[in-house]
Design a protein around this ligand. Structure first.
Ligand code: COA
Length: 185
């Protein structure tokens, strides 16, 4: 499995060609490659930075995906198209709040945007969260990130809480957002 280079993935593909799967610990090199690409491509979209994560050891990358070892209830997802990784997102439940799932690390390869891949990743995490008995999904989005804000608005996420700094010292602000699931109030 390869990371999708921006010029070589087929452009006349649709979301129905995209396969979404959980990333097992042995696929850490792929996860590392996609995650570092996302941080390099979209530095203002994430709380973490390329400069921080490029320093992680291979053992640390592998350990991130070892959910059992971490005691973490999570679903790390990769979207694949024609044998290439084209997207990433995590769903995570942080105990003791078992009713809230969180979305992190959402990213779609620039050449594959606008095809519904992020929507598919959101749908997959929503189905997982519902299956886990969650009542809501939470995330935070940089306020100036029009594509992501529009994605979450159109997917039923609503602003929840005050703006916060993207990271220490950043001029960018993030808006926490929440989507309620099912018939919960
Ligand atoms: C935000 C991002 C994940 C969207 O991925 P995508 O696969 O292109 O999104 P989708 O094709 O599923 O789009 C779903 C909806 O999002 C909105 N959207 C997506 N891209 C948009 C854009 N460039 N401008 C405005 N709205 C956009 C639209 O409402 C769209 O629905 P529509 O196609 O019916 O109009 C992608 O642009 C990306 O990876 N950006 C950089 C990283 C990032 O910002 N991650 C989010 C961190 S919170």
């Amino acid at each position: 499995m390869l990371l999708c280079p921006s010029t070589s993935c087929r452009k006349n593909t649709s979301v129905s060609d995209v396969k979404i799967r959980e990333v097992p610990p042995q696929d850490w090199p792929l996860y590392k490659s996609v995650r570092l690409s996302s941080l390099e491509d979209s530095p203002d979209s994430f709380g973490s930075t390329y400069e921080q994560e490029v320093l992680l050891s291979d053992a640390e990358w592998q350990a991130r995906l070892d959910l059992e070892f971490r005691g973490l209830d999570a679903r790390p997802l990769i979207a694949e198209l024609a044998g290439h990784a084209v997207g990433l997102a995590w769903g995570v439940i942080h105990e003791p709040d078992s009713k809230t799932a969180h979305i992190y690390q959402m990213w779609v390869s620039p050449s594959q945007r606008g095809k519904g891949i992020a929507t598919s990743l959101l749908n997959e995490i929503t189905a997982w969260a519902l299956n886990k008995g969650c009542e809501r999904i939470a995330l935070a989005v940089t306020t100036s990130n029009e594509a992501a804000v529009s994605l979450y608005n159109s997917s039923g996420y609503l602003p929840a809480g005050s703006l916060e700094a993207l990271r220490n010292g950043s001029v960018f602000l993030v808006q926490p957002m929440v989507k309620r699931l099912g018939n919960t109030k």
